[in-house]
Design a protein around this ligand. Structure first.
Ligand code: NDP
Length: 245
């Protein structure tokens, strides 16, 4: 795959799996996140791949810009920006978890805007590009306890649809990846057992025996949307485990 791909939130889960898959297909991949040790491990485990690791917090505009600048320095262009960084510290609204809300808005929404702000001028200059953002099935529906998280995932869908409307004429593709349940470290940030119990009840009531997807399976979907012909843009992809309602 002859593409330069920047992945924000690449130190674990979906981002890390995507980085490894794309690099194994020959893409040049910049991996960014806060945990530099994890990024270095990915590089070390894939010695034959063209991977650049850059430490960045997506809430910090300058750090995100630095990821794009370093990518241009090393690889000369940015074909794909994958806005994948996200957190899910869910709670019922009556917990008034203001710090969690602020963090989530900053990472899940402002982080995406920071990525677009840094990459879009380059893509417009190149007259080609592809922005992919991870939303969620919770960007289409709301569950008790997940209101604020869902809000961030609805928001990024709106932002991406706006980007599509504004930039399709400039040969810039947009894709929203909306996974259902995927087995990653994301669930470590769910610190409210009541919310978890509520989710399990929903699953039981629907009679599903859900087995979460693996991050490598979402990575395959990302590789597919990146590899489509230049006249074809997959704008949204919802990917649930078969057993998820
Ligand atoms: P992980 O927790 O494994 O990955 C989250 C990634 O986001 C990590 O690389 C983390 O890196 C990065 N990240 C978090 N905060 C920041 C920050 N401030 N700056 C830079 N990077 C950051 O979980 P997933 O792989 O599951 O999550 C990836 C995306 O998928 C998220 O947007 C999530 O909302 C979404 N999603 C996940 C689902 C699931 O079931 N797992 C379902 C639907 C959507 P670091 O901490 O090193 O900075």
């Amino acid at each position: 795959m002859d593409k330069v791909v920047v992945i924000m939130g690449a130190s674990s889960g979906i981002g890390a799996a995507t980085a490894k898959l794309l690099a194994s297909k020959g893409a040049k991949v910049t991996i960014a996140a806060r945990r530099m040790n994890r990024l270095e491990e990915i590089k070390k485990d894939n010695p034959d791949s063209d991977i650049l690791a850059v430490e960045a917090d997506v809430t910090k505009e300058k750090e995100v810009q630095n990821v794009i600048d370093k990518t241009i320095e090393k690889f000369g262009r940015v074909d794909v920006l994958f806005n994948n960084a996200g957190i899910m510290p869910v709670n019922n609204l009556d917990q008034i978890a203001r710090d969690e809300w602020t963090n989530m808005l900053d990472i899940n929404i402002k982080g995406v805007l920071n990525g677009i702000a840094a990459a879009l001028p380059i893509m417009k200059k190149q007259k080609s590009g592809h922005v992919i953002t991870t939303s969620s099935v919770l960007g289409y529906e709301v569950l008790p306890g997940y209101a604020a998280y869902s809000g961030t995932k609805y928001a990024v869908r709106a932002i991406m649809e706006g980007l599509r409307q504004e930039e399709h004429k400039n040969n810039i593709k947009t894709t929203i990846i909306a996974p259902g349940s995927v087995k990653t470290e994301l669930y470590k940030s769910v610190n409210n057992s009541e919310v978890h119990a509520g989710l399990e009840k929903v699953m039981e009531a629907s009679g599903t025996q859900m087995e979460a997807l693996q991050p490598e399976e979402i990575a395959q979907a990302v590789a597919f949307v990146i590899d489509t012909p230049s006249n074809m843009a997959v704008n949204e992809m919802v990917i649930r485990p078969t057993g998820q309602e």
